[in-house]
Design a protein around this ligand. Structure first.
Ligand code: KG4
Ligand code: ZN
Length: 383
């Protein structure tokens, strides 16, 4: 089945054409227009600008993809209809509706988080060595289209931090989520304090590589709470206070070593690398501890990681080791780095099962829903 994926829920306009069957996923063409350069001067995504940029890019991207593969239309259109920024979602949804009407091709409506959950299936990387043989073949990424259930997914991105349990394909149960900032948002806000460009998560993890993760004792909010919720706002605030108490401002942090830590134990003053490593370690500890607690309670056969923060190497490695140690029979999957960030290929993959079961949404009934929760009934089930 040839599926055209469309994603525009945040600051990436992405279109991809995939050939998907029960046995394989083949990416025929894909292209993403990132808006990072536009938003970084504002320190974050500006919804109105995002909407305009999506509108400028989306049709040229569709044209490019179809020309690349030399087809006139796909069999199905899979589009992200929520959650996300309404200014971006409406562009993708209205484009899908127009193309559906013009081409007489059905639409499947896809939840953005469901897309991130399925991102691990593209060119699978897992702790199961049998699957690692099915890796990249030239420019085409092939993968089988299944994981063992129950599956526990940790989705950590700029807008979301959620633990989701899936007992069967397409059924989702929320175990917990952030009560304030998302993990990626926390990385980005701390990065902004340091004077790094948006999105600052990758920069913090780059500096952290050579820092001491125990140099500064940042809090691990809610790490021992009985539920599976997260809270990162306090961690961000404590990073702010740490910088303020040490009389640092964004501009003078970067070129110089930080003064001796407030905990006063260190011989050497903490460096910017130490600050980043300690901050990263606090976020990783919380994410890994909560995931592991859920693994122990729900005993999933599979754990998957997804969302922009899944690109963080420390998080991946710590989670791999923790799962290997506590649940050696559980397989851990994480996305190829290209598919950690928002992309249309994961939307097409997530839409495949719905399309296979003909759960289409008529174009005149499709609506963008910025607050669509993955564990709530699919909007098309109300039709
Ligand atoms: O999934 P995504 O592309 O967009 C959203 O749906 O939010 O995630 C973007 C987020 C940003 O907050 C970015 O700073 C974070 O993912 N991120 C990282 C890393 N790479 C991207 N955070 C920590 N370490 C990284 N290596
Ligand atoms: Zn995302």
């Amino acid at each position: 089945m040839m599926i055209l994926g469309i994603e525009s829920s945040c600051d990436d306009t992405s279109v991809a054409l995939l050939d998907i069957t029960d046995d394989h996923i083949e990416i025929l063409a894909e292209k993403t227009a990132s808006q990072i350069d536009v938003h970084k001067k504002y320190g974050g995504v500006v919804p109105e600008i995002a909407g305009r940029k999506h509108a400028e890019k989306i049709i040229p991207l569709v044209e490019y993809i179809l020309e690349e593969v030399k087809v006139t239309k796909p069999d199905v259109i899979a589009v992200t209809s929520g959650p996300g920024l309404i200014t971006g979602l409406v562009v993708g949804v209205e484009t899908a509706k127009t193309l559906s009407y013009l081409w007489n091709v059905p639409i499947v409506s896809v939840n953005h988080i469901e897309g991130h959950i399925h991102s691990v299936l593209i060119g699978q990387q897992s702790t199961d060595y049998r699957l690692q043989t099915k890796q990249k073949m030239g420019s085409v990424v092939r993968s089988p289209l299944s994981v063992d259930f129950p599956t526990l997914s940790l989705i950590a991105s700029g807008g979301h931090t959620e633990l989701i349990l899936s007992k069967e394909q397409g059924a989702y149960e929320k175990l917990g989520g952030t009560v304030d900032d998302a993990a990626g948002e926390c990385f980005d806000k701390a990065a902004k304090l340091l004077g790094f460009d948006y999105p600052g998560g990758p920069k913090i993890s780059q500096y952290a590589e050579t820092g001491n993760p125990h140099a500064i004792e940042f809090p691990r909010p809610m790490i021992n709470s009985k539920d599976f919720n997260f809270s990162f706002a306090g961690l961000k605030t404590s990073a702010l206070y740490w910088l303020r108490d040490n009389k640092l401002s964004a501009m003078n942090v970067i070129p110089y070593k930080l003064p001796t830590g407030v905990y006063g134990q260190m011989q050497e003053p903490p460096t910017i690398n130490d600050f980043c490593a300690s901050f990263e370690q606090a976020i990783v500890d919380v994410l890994v501890t909560k995931t592991l607690t859920a693994v122990k309670k729900y005993k999933p056969k599979t754990v998957t990681l997804g969302g922009g923060v899944s690109a963080n190497v420390k998080l991946r490695n710590t989670l791999v080791e923790a799962i290997k140690h506590h649940s050696p029979l559980c397989t851990f999957y994480f996305p190829l780095s290209t598919y950690c960030m928002d992309n249309a290929a994961m939307i097409a993959v997530a839409g495949y099962h719905r399309a296979k079961n003909k759960k289409f949404t008529p174009w005149d009934k499709l609506e963008a829903d910025p607050n669509w929760k993955i564990y709530n009934p699919h909007p098309s089930s109300k039709l």
